[in-house]
Design a protein around this ligand. Structure first.
Ligand code: TRP
Length: 326
Protein backbone atom coordinates (compact mmCIF):
# COMPACT_ATOMS: atom_id res chain seq x y z
CA UNK A 1 0.00 0.00 0.00
CA UNK A 2 1.17 3.49 -0.83
CA UNK A 3 2.22 5.58 2.17
CA UNK A 4 -0.17 8.49 2.67
CA UNK A 5 1.07 12.03 2.84
CA UNK A 6 0.70 14.52 5.65
CA UNK A 7 1.05 18.25 5.31
CA UNK A 8 0.76 20.50 8.29
CA UNK A 9 2.14 23.81 9.41
CA UNK A 10 2.16 26.62 11.91
CA UNK A 11 2.63 30.34 11.76
CA UNK A 12 6.01 31.28 13.26
CA UNK A 13 5.01 33.08 16.44
CA UNK A 14 8.26 32.36 18.31
CA UNK A 15 8.60 29.86 21.12
CA UNK A 16 5.76 27.34 21.16
CA UNK A 17 3.40 26.69 24.05
CA UNK A 18 1.89 23.47 25.35
CA UNK A 19 -1.31 24.16 23.38
CA UNK A 20 0.70 23.84 20.15
CA UNK A 21 2.26 20.67 21.46
CA UNK A 22 -0.95 18.99 22.56
CA UNK A 23 -2.97 20.17 19.58
CA UNK A 24 -0.50 19.36 16.84
CA UNK A 25 3.22 18.90 17.42
CA UNK A 26 3.00 15.81 19.61
CA UNK A 27 0.81 14.24 16.97
CA UNK A 28 3.23 15.16 14.17
CA UNK A 29 6.11 13.47 15.95
CA UNK A 30 4.15 10.23 16.26
CA UNK A 31 2.79 10.34 12.74
CA UNK A 32 6.18 10.71 11.09
CA UNK A 33 6.74 6.97 11.45
CA UNK A 34 3.65 5.95 9.51
CA UNK A 35 3.21 8.67 6.93
CA UNK A 36 5.23 10.77 4.57
CA UNK A 37 5.36 14.08 6.43
CA UNK A 38 5.88 17.66 5.29
CA UNK A 39 5.90 20.56 7.72
CA UNK A 40 5.54 24.11 6.66
CA UNK A 41 6.38 27.35 8.38
CA UNK A 42 3.62 29.74 7.34
CA UNK A 43 5.68 32.92 7.39
CA UNK A 44 3.53 34.77 4.82
CA UNK A 45 0.44 33.96 6.88
CA UNK A 46 1.89 36.03 9.74
CA UNK A 47 1.32 39.15 7.65
CA UNK A 48 -2.44 38.54 7.61
CA UNK A 49 -2.70 39.81 11.16
CA UNK A 50 0.59 41.64 11.71
CA UNK A 51 2.34 43.77 9.11
CA UNK A 52 5.49 44.07 11.19
CA UNK A 53 7.80 41.52 9.57
CA UNK A 54 10.89 42.30 11.65
CA UNK A 55 10.45 39.32 13.99
CA UNK A 56 9.46 36.70 11.44
CA UNK A 57 12.96 35.36 10.93
CA UNK A 58 13.83 35.05 14.62
CA UNK A 59 10.43 33.60 15.38
CA UNK A 60 10.90 31.04 12.62
CA UNK A 61 14.16 29.84 14.14
CA UNK A 62 12.69 29.68 17.66
CA UNK A 63 9.77 27.64 16.39
CA UNK A 64 11.97 25.34 14.38
CA UNK A 65 14.10 24.70 17.47
CA UNK A 66 10.96 23.70 19.34
CA UNK A 67 9.92 21.37 16.52
CA UNK A 68 13.32 19.70 16.52
CA UNK A 69 13.52 19.51 20.30
CA UNK A 70 10.08 17.88 20.41
CA UNK A 71 11.41 15.16 18.12
CA UNK A 72 10.55 16.09 14.54
CA UNK A 73 13.19 14.33 12.49
CA UNK A 74 14.33 16.26 9.40
CA UNK A 75 15.05 13.01 7.55
CA UNK A 76 11.46 11.88 7.94
CA UNK A 77 9.77 15.26 8.00
CA UNK A 78 11.16 17.97 5.73
CA UNK A 79 10.57 21.43 7.23
CA UNK A 80 10.41 24.52 5.08
CA UNK A 81 9.24 28.13 4.83
CA UNK A 82 6.28 28.95 2.67
CA UNK A 83 7.96 32.16 1.52
CA UNK A 84 10.88 30.26 -0.04
CA UNK A 85 8.76 28.17 -2.40
CA UNK A 86 7.32 30.50 -5.06
CA UNK A 87 4.66 27.99 -6.10
CA UNK A 88 2.64 28.83 -2.96
CA UNK A 89 1.85 32.29 -4.25
CA UNK A 90 1.17 30.99 -7.73
CA UNK A 91 -1.32 28.36 -6.66
CA UNK A 92 -2.84 30.84 -4.20
CA UNK A 93 -3.70 33.10 -7.13
CA UNK A 94 -5.39 30.32 -9.09
CA UNK A 95 -7.26 29.02 -6.05
CA UNK A 96 -8.59 32.52 -5.40
CA UNK A 97 -10.70 32.12 -8.54
CA UNK A 98 -12.24 28.86 -7.31
CA UNK A 99 -13.95 30.09 -4.17
CA UNK A 100 -16.56 32.78 -3.60
CA UNK A 101 -16.31 35.84 -1.38
CA UNK A 102 -19.48 34.63 0.30
CA UNK A 103 -17.92 31.33 1.25
CA UNK A 104 -14.86 33.03 2.75
CA UNK A 105 -17.09 35.38 4.72
CA UNK A 106 -18.51 32.36 6.50
CA UNK A 107 -15.07 31.30 7.79
CA UNK A 108 -15.47 31.19 11.59
CA UNK A 109 -11.70 31.53 12.20
CA UNK A 110 -11.77 34.96 10.58
CA UNK A 111 -14.59 36.02 12.90
CA UNK A 112 -12.68 34.75 15.95
CA UNK A 113 -9.55 36.64 14.92
CA UNK A 114 -11.46 39.87 14.36
CA UNK A 115 -12.91 39.55 17.85
CA UNK A 116 -9.79 38.35 19.71
CA UNK A 117 -7.32 40.71 18.06
CA UNK A 118 -9.72 43.69 17.90
CA UNK A 119 -9.23 44.09 14.16
CA UNK A 120 -11.20 47.03 12.69
CA UNK A 121 -10.68 46.27 9.03
CA UNK A 122 -9.86 43.09 7.14
CA UNK A 123 -7.25 43.18 4.38
CA UNK A 124 -7.62 41.27 1.13
CA UNK A 125 -4.75 39.01 2.21
CA UNK A 126 -6.30 38.27 5.59
CA UNK A 127 -9.61 37.49 3.93
CA UNK A 128 -7.78 35.04 1.68
CA UNK A 129 -6.02 33.25 4.56
CA UNK A 130 -7.72 29.89 3.90
CA UNK A 131 -6.97 30.12 0.17
CA UNK A 132 -3.23 30.37 0.81
CA UNK A 133 -3.57 27.55 3.32
CA UNK A 134 -5.29 25.41 0.67
CA UNK A 135 -2.33 26.10 -1.63
CA UNK A 136 0.04 25.06 1.20
CA UNK A 137 -1.72 21.74 1.64
CA UNK A 138 -2.52 20.89 -1.96
CA UNK A 139 0.85 21.78 -3.51
CA UNK A 140 2.16 18.74 -1.65
CA UNK A 141 -1.06 16.77 -2.27
CA UNK A 142 -1.50 16.46 1.47
CA UNK A 143 -4.08 13.81 2.28
CA UNK A 144 -4.12 14.32 6.03
CA UNK A 145 -3.70 17.55 7.94
CA UNK A 146 -2.96 17.06 11.65
CA UNK A 147 -4.02 20.34 13.25
CA UNK A 148 -5.91 21.69 16.25
CA UNK A 149 -9.67 21.98 16.23
CA UNK A 150 -9.59 25.67 15.28
CA UNK A 151 -8.13 24.79 11.88
CA UNK A 152 -10.85 22.37 10.81
CA UNK A 153 -12.86 25.06 8.93
CA UNK A 154 -9.72 25.86 6.91
CA UNK A 155 -9.21 22.24 5.95
CA UNK A 156 -12.85 22.09 4.88
CA UNK A 157 -12.25 25.06 2.55
CA UNK A 158 -9.21 23.25 1.14
CA UNK A 159 -11.40 20.26 0.36
CA UNK A 160 -13.90 22.43 -1.45
CA UNK A 161 -11.17 24.11 -3.50
CA UNK A 162 -9.63 20.73 -4.41
CA UNK A 163 -13.02 19.43 -5.51
CA UNK A 164 -13.72 22.55 -7.56
CA UNK A 165 -10.35 22.36 -9.31
CA UNK A 166 -10.71 18.66 -10.09
CA UNK A 167 -14.23 19.13 -11.49
CA UNK A 168 -13.27 22.11 -13.55
CA UNK A 169 -9.91 21.08 -14.98
CA UNK A 170 -9.37 17.39 -14.21
CA UNK A 171 -8.09 15.35 -11.32
CA UNK A 172 -4.92 16.69 -9.68
CA UNK A 173 -5.64 17.02 -5.98
CA UNK A 174 -6.73 14.71 -3.15
CA UNK A 175 -9.40 16.04 -0.76
CA UNK A 176 -7.44 16.52 2.47
CA UNK A 177 -8.85 15.45 5.82
CA UNK A 178 -8.04 16.88 9.25
CA UNK A 179 -6.44 14.54 11.79
CA UNK A 180 -7.43 15.58 15.28
CA UNK A 181 -6.16 14.37 18.63
CA UNK A 182 -8.39 13.84 21.64
CA UNK A 183 -6.98 17.00 23.22
CA UNK A 184 -6.95 19.24 20.23
CA UNK A 185 -7.52 22.32 22.34
CA UNK A 186 -6.05 23.28 25.70
CA UNK A 187 -7.51 26.17 27.73
CA UNK A 188 -5.29 29.11 28.66
CA UNK A 189 -4.08 29.92 32.18
CA UNK A 190 -6.70 32.68 32.42
CA UNK A 191 -9.56 30.25 31.76
CA UNK A 192 -9.98 31.34 28.13
CA UNK A 193 -10.99 28.36 26.00
CA UNK A 194 -7.83 28.78 23.94
CA UNK A 195 -4.19 29.05 24.88
CA UNK A 196 -2.56 31.67 22.70
CA UNK A 197 0.38 34.03 22.65
CA UNK A 198 -1.78 37.02 21.80
CA UNK A 199 -3.93 36.33 24.87
CA UNK A 200 -0.81 36.03 27.08
CA UNK A 201 -2.08 32.88 28.83
CA UNK A 202 0.49 30.29 27.84
CA UNK A 203 2.98 27.80 29.26
CA UNK A 204 5.94 27.53 26.87
CA UNK A 205 7.63 24.27 25.94
CA UNK A 206 10.88 25.91 27.01
CA UNK A 207 9.63 27.15 30.42
CA UNK A 208 11.65 25.79 33.34
CA UNK A 209 10.15 24.13 36.41
CA UNK A 210 10.04 27.33 38.48
CA UNK A 211 8.36 29.30 35.71
CA UNK A 212 5.72 26.64 35.22
CA UNK A 213 5.08 26.55 38.94
CA UNK A 214 4.63 30.30 39.23
CA UNK A 215 2.40 30.44 36.15
CA UNK A 216 0.16 27.67 37.51
CA UNK A 217 -0.04 29.37 40.91
CA UNK A 218 -1.82 32.26 39.22
CA UNK A 219 -4.09 30.04 37.11
CA UNK A 220 -7.82 30.74 37.38
CA UNK A 221 -9.82 27.93 39.04
CA UNK A 222 -13.45 27.47 40.06
CA UNK A 223 -14.31 30.88 41.59
CA UNK A 224 -16.61 29.22 44.15
CA UNK A 225 -13.79 27.15 45.61
CA UNK A 226 -12.07 29.71 47.78
CA UNK A 227 -10.27 27.57 50.33
CA UNK A 228 -9.39 23.95 50.88
CA UNK A 229 -12.53 22.20 52.14
CA UNK A 230 -14.85 24.05 49.74
CA UNK A 231 -16.23 21.66 47.14
CA UNK A 232 -15.11 22.53 43.61
CA UNK A 233 -16.31 21.87 40.09
CA UNK A 234 -13.51 20.31 38.02
CA UNK A 235 -15.60 20.58 34.85
CA UNK A 236 -15.03 24.33 34.72
CA UNK A 237 -11.42 24.27 35.94
CA UNK A 238 -8.55 24.65 33.50
CA UNK A 239 -6.11 22.98 35.91
CA UNK A 240 -8.30 19.89 35.77
CA UNK A 241 -8.18 20.06 31.97
CA UNK A 242 -4.37 20.01 32.22
CA UNK A 243 -4.48 17.03 34.61
CA UNK A 244 -6.54 15.12 32.07
CA UNK A 245 -3.79 15.54 29.55
CA UNK A 246 -0.61 15.50 31.60
CA UNK A 247 -1.59 13.40 34.61
CA UNK A 248 -4.08 10.89 33.30
CA UNK A 249 -3.27 8.31 35.99
CA UNK A 250 -4.58 10.52 38.80
CA UNK A 251 -7.60 12.05 37.12
CA UNK A 252 -10.28 10.12 39.05
CA UNK A 253 -8.62 10.76 42.38
CA UNK A 254 -8.26 14.48 41.65
CA UNK A 255 -11.82 14.81 40.45
CA UNK A 256 -13.16 13.17 43.62
CA UNK A 257 -10.87 15.25 45.85
CA UNK A 258 -11.92 18.48 44.17
CA UNK A 259 -15.63 17.71 44.34
CA UNK A 260 -15.53 16.71 47.99
CA UNK A 261 -13.30 19.62 48.91
CA UNK A 262 -10.58 17.41 50.41
CA UNK A 263 -8.11 18.52 47.72
CA UNK A 264 -7.14 22.20 47.83
CA UNK A 265 -6.35 24.21 44.71
CA UNK A 266 -2.78 24.96 45.76
CA UNK A 267 -1.86 21.28 46.16
CA UNK A 268 -3.69 20.41 42.99
CA UNK A 269 -1.81 23.09 41.04
CA UNK A 270 1.59 22.08 42.39
CA UNK A 271 0.98 18.47 41.46
CA UNK A 272 -0.10 19.56 38.00
CA UNK A 273 2.92 21.81 37.47
CA UNK A 274 5.34 19.01 38.34
CA UNK A 275 3.62 16.64 35.90
CA UNK A 276 3.80 19.22 33.10
CA UNK A 277 7.40 19.95 33.91
CA UNK A 278 8.29 16.24 33.83
CA UNK A 279 6.69 15.81 30.44
CA UNK A 280 8.51 18.82 29.03
CA UNK A 281 11.89 17.85 30.43
CA UNK A 282 13.07 15.80 27.43
CA UNK A 283 12.08 18.62 25.06
CA UNK A 284 13.62 21.35 27.23
CA UNK A 285 16.86 19.44 27.57
CA UNK A 286 17.38 19.20 23.81
CA UNK A 287 16.91 22.92 23.23
CA UNK A 288 20.43 24.11 24.17
CA UNK A 289 21.99 21.84 21.56
CA UNK A 290 20.10 23.54 18.73
CA UNK A 291 20.53 27.01 20.26
CA UNK A 292 24.27 26.43 20.15
CA UNK A 293 24.26 24.95 16.64
CA UNK A 294 22.23 27.45 14.67
CA UNK A 295 24.02 26.68 11.43
CA UNK A 296 22.72 23.12 11.68
CA UNK A 297 19.20 24.48 12.14
CA UNK A 298 19.62 26.68 9.05
CA UNK A 299 20.89 23.69 7.10
CA UNK A 300 17.83 21.61 8.07
CA UNK A 301 15.63 24.38 6.70
CA UNK A 302 17.68 24.65 3.54
CA UNK A 303 17.47 20.91 2.84
CA UNK A 304 13.76 20.83 3.62
CA UNK A 305 13.23 23.62 1.12
CA UNK A 306 15.07 21.75 -1.61
CA UNK A 307 12.79 18.73 -1.13
CA UNK A 308 9.65 20.86 -0.93
CA UNK A 309 10.51 22.88 -4.03
CA UNK A 310 10.84 19.73 -6.11
CA UNK A 311 7.36 18.49 -5.24
CA UNK A 312 5.75 21.92 -5.47
CA UNK A 313 7.27 22.43 -8.94
CA UNK A 314 5.95 19.07 -10.11
CA UNK A 315 2.42 19.82 -8.87
CA UNK A 316 2.38 23.24 -10.55
CA UNK A 317 3.41 21.60 -13.79
CA UNK A 318 0.42 19.28 -13.56
CA UNK A 319 -1.85 22.21 -12.70
CA UNK A 320 -0.73 24.17 -15.75
CA UNK A 321 -1.08 21.12 -17.98
CA UNK A 322 -4.64 20.45 -16.83
CA UNK A 323 -5.51 24.13 -17.22
CA UNK A 324 -3.75 24.32 -20.58
CA UNK A 325 -1.89 27.40 -19.40
CA UNK A 326 1.68 28.11 -20.33
N1 TRP B 1 -3.40 28.25 9.78
C1 TRP B 1 -2.49 27.44 10.52
C2 TRP B 1 -2.40 27.95 11.95
O1 TRP B 1 -2.70 29.05 12.24
C3 TRP B 1 -1.11 27.47 9.91
C4 TRP B 1 -1.06 26.89 8.54
C5 TRP B 1 -0.73 27.54 7.41
C6 TRP B 1 -1.32 25.54 8.20
N2 TRP B 1 -0.74 26.70 6.35
C7 TRP B 1 -1.11 25.46 6.80
C8 TRP B 1 -1.71 24.40 8.91
C9 TRP B 1 -1.31 24.26 6.12
C10 TRP B 1 -1.90 23.21 8.23
C11 TRP B 1 -1.71 23.14 6.85
O2 TRP B 1 -1.96 27.23 12.78
Amino acid sequence: MRIKRILSGMRPSGKLHIGHYVGALENWVQLQNNYENFHLIADYHVLTTDLDSSQIHDNTIEMLIDWLSAGLDPNKSPMFRQSQIKEHTELNLIFGMLITVNRLERNPTLKDQIRDLHIDYVTFGHFGYPVLQAADILLYKGEFVPVGEDQVPHVEISREIARKFNNQYGEVFPEPEPLLTRFSRLPGLDGNAKMSKSLGNTILLSDDTETIKSKLKKAVTDPNKIRKGDPGNPDICLVFAYHKKFNSGQVDEIEAGCRSGALGCVDCKMNCSSKISELLEPIRSKRPYFENNLSEVQEILHEGEIKARLIAGETMKQVREKMKIG
